[in-house]
Design a protein around this ligand. Structure first.
Ligand SMILES: [Zn+2]
Length: 392
C-alpha cells in the first residue's frame, strides 16, 4: 500500500489516484525559469500567479516547496513576514500588511528565489503547495491547494560580456528577489510580463568608493557619467531612441514626461541571440554610435552612460529579454557575465555614505556568473588598456 501511495504522489499531474478536488485558487507559472549562477550556485527566480477563483475572500497563510516529489524534501517554506515579503497583489494599492489578502477574483504574484543546485546540468522538479484560509474565519485550519509541479531545466545561462569596463561598479536594484525591477509587471499590448526581472542599474564608484564628487546634482560629477557602454555580445541593433534630454541628478523631476517609450531614455536594443534582446538604457543624448539594422561586434561602443528617461542619477540600466524588442515588453531572462571580480556586497547603500570610505571585503574572480543586488564588481579593462598595461 505504501509503495502504491508513493508512486501515485510522485505523478501528481495525473491526479486520478488522489481523486479530484475543486480548488479556490488558480495557480500558474507564466514563465518557465532558467537558473542563473551566483556564488557557484544555481538560482531559479520565478513567480506564481495566484488568482482567487472562489466566491469568497481568502488569506494566503503559507507557501511550501518540495523537490523531486510532492512528499520530497522541503526546500522553502514561506510563512509570516517571509510570505508577506514575497507577495504582491496585482494592480492593488493596499498596504504591504494586507498583501496576503486575496479577495474574490483578485490575483497576487508570489515572487520566488529558489536555490536550484550547483552548475551541473539536469532537471529539477519543484512542487508548490499554498495554504489558504477564509478571510472571515482566520482561525480555521488552512486549506491546502496543490501541489503544482514545475520542472526547471538546469542549463548554463547565456554568457555575455560586461556592458562596461573597469570599475568599481555597483549593481543597484537587482538582480534580487525584492528589487523594484523584479517586481515591475507591465502589460504591453495585452500581455503582462516582467521585462526587468534580472535588470541591473550600474553605478560607477570612484577610487574613494563614493558615487560622485562635489555637487551631487550635476551629472558630470558622477564617476560613471560618460562611461563607454559596450555591446555585451555580437548582433544586430533592432531599436534605438535618441534626443531625450537628461535629468538633474537626484531630482524627482524628469526632463521628459515618462511614457512606455521614454522610460528607458535614450536607448539601444540589440539582438544577442535567437529571440533574445539586450536593452541599454538612459544613455546621453547624441551619444549613440549605432543605427537600427547595424551588426555590431562584442565590445563595440554603443553610446555613453547618461541620465535620460526615468532615471534619478547617471547609471546604465541593462537587461536581457525575450519575445519583444521594445524596452519593457519582453520577458526578462537571466544571463551570465563572462568575467568580473567581486569586491563584496553592500548590506545597504548607507555603507557608501559613512565617514570612512567603504573598502573591499574580499576580491573574488567570478566567471560565468551574474552579479546580484548591491554587489561591487570590477570588469576587465578595455582591450587597448590591456595591451599597454600587462595585467598584474
Ligand atoms: Zn533600471
Amino acid at each position: 500500500v505504501v509503495l502504491i501511495l508513493v508512486s501515485s504522489l510522485s505523478c501528481p499531474r495525473w491526479g486520478a489516484a488522489q481523486g479530484q478536488r475543486t480548488s479556490p485558487l488558480d495557480i500558474r507559472v507564466t514563465w518557465a525559469p532558467s537558473p542563473f549562477i551566483s556564488n557557484d550556485r544555481a538560482i531559479a527566480a520565478y513567480e506564481l500567479r495566484v488568482t482567487n477563483v472562489s466566491g469568497r475572500d481568502l488569506v494566503l497563510v503559507g507557501v511550501q516547496i518540495t523537490r523531486d516529489s510532492a512528499r520530497g524534501r522541503v526546500v522553502q517554506s514561506l510563512r509570516g513576514d517571509s510570505l508577506l515579503g514575497a507577495i504582491v497583489p496585482v494592480g492593488a494599492r493596499d498596504s504591504a500588511a494586507s498583501a496576503a489578502l486575496l479577495r474574490s477574483g483578485r490575483q497576487a504574484i508570489v515572487f520566488l528565489w529558489q536555490l536550484a543546485g550547483g552548475r551541473e546540468p539536469g532537471t529539477l522538479a519543484l512542487f508548490h503547495r499554498l495554504l489558504v484560509v477564509r478571510a472571515d474565519s482566520l482561525a480555521a485550519v488552512p486549506d491546502t491547494v496543490g501541489p503544482v509541479e514545475l520542472t526547471v531545466q538546469l542549463r548554463a545561462p547565456h554568457v555575455l560580456d560586461a556592458p562596461l569596463e573597469g570599475g568599481p561598479w555597483l549593481a543597484r536594484n537587482g538582480p534580487g528577489n525584492s528589487s523594484d525591477h523584479r517586481r515591475t509587471l507591465i502589460s504591453v499590448n495585452g500581455v503582462s510580463r516582467i521585462a526587468q526581472r534580472f535588470a541591473t542599474d550600474w553605478i560607477k564608484l570612484g577610487p574613494d568608493y563614493r558615487m560622485w564628487k562635489g555637487d551631487s546634482t550635476v551629472n558630470r560629477n558622477w564617476y560613471g557619467y560618460g562611461a563607454a557602454v559596450r555591446a555585451v555580445g555580437a548582433g544586430i541593433v533592432v531599436a534605438t531612441h535618441d534626443g531625450i534630454r537628461e535629468n538633474i541628478a537626484l531630482s524627482e523631476e524628469r526632463a521628459t514626461p515618462i511614457t512606455l517609450e521614454t522610460a528607458a531614455g535614450n536607448y539601444v536594443i540589440q539582438q544577442v541571440g535567437a529571440g533574445q534582446f539586450a536593452l541599454y538604457a538612459h544613455l546621453q543624448p547624441g551619444s549613440l554610435r549605432v543605427k537600427v539594422g547595424q551588426r555590431v561586434r562584442t565590445g563595440a561602443q554603443l553610446g555613453l552612460l547618461g541620465n535620460s528617461g526615468n532615471s534619478g542619477a547617471p547609471h546604465l540600466h541593462v537587461h536581457l529579454m525575450q519575445d519583444s524588442a521594445t524596452p519593457l515588453g519582453g520577458e526578462g531572462l537571466p544571463f551570465s557575465i563572462r568575467e568580473y571580480v567581486s569586491e563584496g556586497t553592500l548590506s545597504s547603500l548607507d555603507e557608501l555614505f559613512g565617514a570612512t570610505p567603504w573598502r573591499p571585503q574580499s576580491t573574488v574572480r567570478r566567471r560565468g556568473e551574474l552579479p546580484t543586488e548591491n554587489m561591487i564588481v570590477r570588469f576587465p579593462a578595455d582591450a587597448s588598456v590591456r595591451r599597454s598595461k600587462p595585467l598584474p
